[in-house]
Ligand binder design. Structure first.
Ligand code: NAP
Length: 254
């Protein structure tokens, strides 16, 4: 049997048919590209975003490409526990289970030394990039347990396992994310739920332009060019792969 290269992975046409997958940060950048690929491949996609207008526009764009996606409105900066519970109940009553959870939403925060890092910005970045992703995962785990083959996929970064000056809370939030992934993967050994991290690598998005304002965006791949590793880790062909951190681009953590 051929070994699969996740970066070149091409799912079978029916690999995602009937799979129910929630994507956070679906309204822009990488999350949008993965959501579009999932819809095209026949997944029942749940698009999570924080702005109604963007979610409506995204829904209109994707609805013609495959199964009509569902939308979920949640602002990770402000959401309280009852909103997470309401979302969980809505998914349960409509779909009964969840087969995939892509935790992709994130913010950059400030690029400044720790000594001068704004405390409010630090708390916001840790909450949006890390705490909220824990809360959502915690709430949705019972629905993931109802799946015969479930995948939880966290998003890390080149600074998620190696500290870099001036990357502050963003760097710390990605280290925390990788730690959460490892703890959860260990706890879910011998279950039908696998847990992994994906590192997209430098990709042409709004966040990347914000982080590297002097960079020529044309030197970067577009989100649609890097979705293979996401599809591999979310789909059936990665069954048994858990506790891993996979890069979308080469072996570099840049
Ligand atoms: N691009 C890269 O080079 C790169 C490299 C390494 C890792 N990453 C990681 O990849 C992921 C996606 O990044 P990206 O480059 O695609 O970023 P992006 O284009 O800025 O998109 C970020 C997404 O997160 C959503 N979001 C932000 N704050 C939110 C909140 N409070 N509540 C709910 N949703 C919120 C945004 O919603 P709105 O549309 O409403 O703003 C948007 O959909 C992030 O986790 C990032 O850390 C990216």
């Amino acid at each position: 049997m051929d070994t699969i290269d996740p970066q070149k992975y091409q799912p079978a046409p029916d690999a995602f048919a009937g799979r129910i997958i929630l994507v956070t940060g679906a309204t822009a950048g990488i999350g949008r590209a993965v959501a579009e690929a999932l819809v095209r491949l026949g997944a029942q996609t749940i698009l999570l975003g924080r702005r109604t207008q963007r979610l409506d526009a995204l829904h209109a764009d994707l609805a013609a490409l495959g199964p009509e996606p569902a939308v979920a409105l949640l602002d990770f900066e402000r959401a309280q526990g009852d909103q997470y519970m309401a979302l969980t109940e809505q998914i349960e009553s409509r779909f009964g289970r969840l087969d995939g959870l892509l935790l992709n939403a994130g913010i950059l925060g400030d690029r400044s030394p720790i000594e001068h890092y704004d405390i409010g910005v630090w708390q916001k970045v840790m909450h949006v990039n890390f705490n909220s992703q824990f809360i959502l995962t915690r709430c949705l785990l019972p629905l993931l347990r109802k799946s015969d083959d479930a995948s939880i996929l966290f998003t890390t970064s080149g600074v998620g396992n190696r500290g870099r000056a001036h990357w502050g809370a963003y760097c710390a939030s990605k280290f925390a994310t990788e730690g959460l992934m490892q703890v959860l993967a260990a706890e879910l050994t011998n279950t039908k739920i696998r847990v992994n991290c994906v590192n997209p690598g430098g990709t042409r998005t709004r966040m990347r332009a914000h982080a590297f304002p002097g960079e020529d965006p044309l030197t970067l791949l577009e989100p649609a060019d890097i979705v293979s590793t996401y599809l591999y880790l979310l789909g059936p062909d990665s069954a048994g792969v858990s506790g891993q951190r996979l890069n979308c681009q080469g072996s570099s953590d840049a």
